[in-house]
Design a protein around this ligand. Structure first.
Ligand SMILES: Nc1nc2c(ncn2[C@@H]2O[C@H](COP(=O)(O)OP(=O)(O)OP(=O)(O)O)[C@@H](O)[C@H]2O)c(=O)[nH]1
Ligand SMILES: [Zn+2]
Length: 204
């Protein structure tokens, strides 16, 4: 959907314009079906804005998370747990196409290779910027790190609020969903507890 692979996604300007046009036409119909006048001043450019917003919110399909990790692997004889916590997550539930958002906490214990730290939030984003369920997002991050680094273990915890449960449906404004996924050493109680204690001030 996005033409070029840009390393920083803060400012994506190069959208696939064919897709933008097609999406915009569809959003025009949607807005009309919702009973609005798509020609009034405030809405005139809205179909195109929404199209670009949706392209941005799903740009993860254009990224290869495994390649992102493999692009910054370093040989290092470090055997302690590495934790990157409080990584902001913005994703979109695949059932309602409404946002879910929160924090991811990721840890691994290296086995000869470490990865450039920034690559962990990058792969969180690469998987989050798709139509998702929180459980799959959690597993995909874990599996990707396991495959790229072959570490002694990986742990991923995500805490998120789902707008589909807050602003519609059951309307529980304070509900937070926690998902977790572990491999290797983190399947042992002691290691998992150490990880949980390192991120626990953030876990409810
Ligand atoms: N397991 C899981 N469920 C999710 C996630 N995001 C949204 N959902 C749920 O997906 C389900 C879809 O259920 P349906 O009964 O088909 O949809 P619905 O009638 O809109 O359901 P309500 O939200 O209960 O009104 C809902 O229970 C949502 O809460 C997620 O990340 N993981
Ligand atoms: Zn939903």
């Amino acid at each position: 959907m996005i033409l070029s692979k840009i390393k920083s996604y803060e400012k994506i300007e190069q959208y696939d314009t064919k897709i933008t046009t097609s999406l915009a036409e569809n959003y025009k119909t949607i807005i009309e079906n919702l009973g609005e006048d798509v020609n009034r001043e405030g809405l005139e450019k809205t179909p195109e804005r929404v199209a670009k917003a949706m392209q941005y919110l799903t740009h993860g399909y254009e990224l290869n998370p495994l390649e992102i990790l493999k692009s910054a692997l370093f040989t290092e004889d470090h055997k302690q747990m590495i934790v990157v916590k409080d990584i902001e997550v913005y994703s979109m539930c695949e059932h309602h196409m409404l946002p879910f958002f929160g924090k991811a906490h990721v840890a691994y214990i290296p086995n000869g290779k470490i990865v450039g730290l920034s690559k962990i939030p990058r792969i969180v984003d690469a998987f989050a910027r798709r139509m998702q369920v929180q459980e799959r997002l959690t597993d995909q991050i874990k599996n990707c790190i396991q495959e790229a680094l072959n570490p002694l273990g990986v742990a991923v915890v995500i805490e998120a609020q789902h707008m589909c449960m807050q602003m519609r449906g059951i309307q529980k404004q304070n509900s937070v969903t926690t998902t977790s996924s572990f491999t290797g050493a983190f399947e042992k109680d002691k290691t998992r507890k150490e990880f949980i204690s390192l991120v626990s001030n953030k876990l409810s």
